[in-house]
Write a protein that binds this ligand. Structure first.
Ligand code: PHE
Length: 468
């Protein structure tokens, strides 16, 4: 692959001739793939979004539905995406086209691959802005800014950050440059090293946070909130929120998992690996909940505070608890790392496609994509201040991109991938790839993908359209 030497000598024709397409890259071990795919899955979705939507939707019953969605829709769909990526051995559009060809049907399925690549890119343009908040809060926590502040002070501090375009742009630019630098260094020299070091650190930090939560005296209240289902709090809307979140949190229909799958060695069982990733991703979300809710209750804060939950509510707790500055710094470092490993996976499909198409170095592809990404991210950063009132169909730029990806591109892409993998690809191919044999387990997967997953996704999609 084009490693650091190609970065230095990019452009030489000899090197261009020797350059391998990105799709020939391989993870060196099964663990590397697992770490990278888990790093993609675990992100702001688990640590920022899961706790706040759980808080908003009343806790236990919502969590139960979310768990069911991960199991019934998320994991089978992840298996399908890894399978398509590995079988196709190329970026998502070409992998879809190659498999369609193998199945004797139209290569127009490539459009679905493209939609994923574009969705990942678009999500990243706002994801970097939110990740920037997390990074900036490392320094805010380090300045002991949270200590002795009232909830109103902390709320005003968060609003103050949002209203400062220069500050938001500074941090999101830093996130973009860091992400593209790691991705530019290539899968072997960049991603693998990054995830091998960063992911275990992240897990240790979350466990430390849960350990602290156990000392608050409110741990069981947090546990009860997360796991005691109160079905009277469950509305049809919260079921749909849970379903949509299962989709987002596993990085599905965004090119990420499919691209990482194309780097997976043939010897690895797709089924086992996907189940493992689904379990780890879910465990991290639940651990984040276990770390956050006891702190919320110990300080009589509001679980349903909304998207500001961790940026407004947690700093109040950090300001009050012993060693709060240290815990706060660690928490925001952890969140930034989680966001970074997800961000890396969102841009990788675009990089893979560009290298494949134009035969340029990864570093060059990253520079070009980085510029486009930065321009889009400016739109999202300014949506919180200067362009707050600039609306298209009642939505800011940030809201528009979020809505377009989460409510349109991902459900549509996921639906198509489910249909493609269970109705178009031959049973022989899916049996060969998944490693489930042709017995009961395989039939459960096939039935789920043929019927249950598409119906589930259609519900999410209809919700986005406002029909249900
Ligand atoms: N799964 C990531 C998270 O939970 C978000 C993500 C979406 C990553 C799409 C890659 C692709 O934060």
């Amino acid at each position: 692959m084009s490693g650091s030497s190609s970065i230095l000598s990019a452009g030489s024709s000899l090197e261009a001739a020797e350059k391998q397409p990105s799709t020939q890259l391989q993870w060196s071990t099964r663990l590397s793939f697992i770490l990278a795919a888990t790093g993609s899955a675990i992100g702001l979705g688990n640590i920022w979004k899961f706790p706040y939507i759980t808080g908003e939707n009343g806790g236990g019953a919502f969590v139960l539905v979310y768990l069911a969605c991960i199991l019934v829709i998320g994991i089978p769909l992840m298996m399908a995406e890894v399978m398509i990526g590995r079988r196709g051995q190329q970026s998502p559009p070409n992998a879809m086209a190659a498999l369609a060809k193998e199945a004797g049907t139209t290569p127009i399925w490539k459009v679905i691959g493209w939609m994923g690549v574009i969705a990942g890119f678009l999500i990243l343009s706002f994801y970097t802005v939110i990740a920037g908040w997390a990074v900036s809060y490392i320094s805010v926590a380090a300045d002991t800014t949270f200590v002795g502040k009232t909830p109103a002070d902390i709320g005003a501090m968060f609003e103050g950050m949002l209203s400062d375009p220069v500050r938001l742009l500074f941090w999101s630019t830093l996130v973009i440059v860091t992400t593209l630098f790691i991705v530019g260094k290539g899968v072997k020299s960049g991603l693998e090293k990054a995830v091998n070091i960063l992911m275990p650190c992240l897990l240790v930090l979350i466990i430390v946070m849960v350990g602290y939560a156990m000392t608050t005296g409110y741990f069981m209240q947090g546990v009860g909130f997360l796991f005691n289902p109160d079905f009277s709090k469950l509305t049809s809307k919260s079921i749909l929120v849970a379903l949509g979140h299962a989709f987002f949190t596993l990085s599905l229909a965004s090119g990420a998992i499919m691209t990482y799958g194309s780097y997976l060695p043939k010897s690895v069982s797709i089924a086992k690996t996907s189940i493992y990733i689904g379990i780890v991703d879910t465990a991290v979300a639940l651990l984040a909940g276990l770390a956050i809710f006891p702190i919320v209750f110990a300080n009589t804060l509001e679980p349903g505070a909304g998207p500001g939950l961790i940026f407004v509510t947690l700093p109040i707790a950090f300001g009050q608890m012993p060693l709060g500055t240290l815990v706060g710094i660690l928490f925001f470092i952890m969140l930034s790392i989680a966001a970074l490993t997800s961000a890396i996976s969102m841009i990788e499909p675009s990089v893979a496609r560009m290298v494949e198409k134009f035969n340029i170095s990864r570093f060059k592809a990253c520079s070009i994509l980085g510029l486009a990404l930065w321009l889009l991210s400016v739109g999202s950063a300014l949506s919180f201040n200067l362009w707050k009132e600039e609306k298209l169909f009642g939505r800011t730029f940030f809201d528009t991109i979020d809505h377009l990806t989460a409510n349109w591109m991902m459900p549509l892409g996921g639906l198509a991938i489910a249909i493609f993998s269970a109705w178009i690809i031959s049973k022989k191919v899916s049996q060969e790839e998944l490693g489930l044999g042709n017995g009961t387990m395989y039939n459960i997967w096939l039935f789920t993908m043929r019927f249950i997953t598409p119906v589930g996704i259609i519900i999410v999609f209809l919700n986005a359209l406002g029909i249900v």
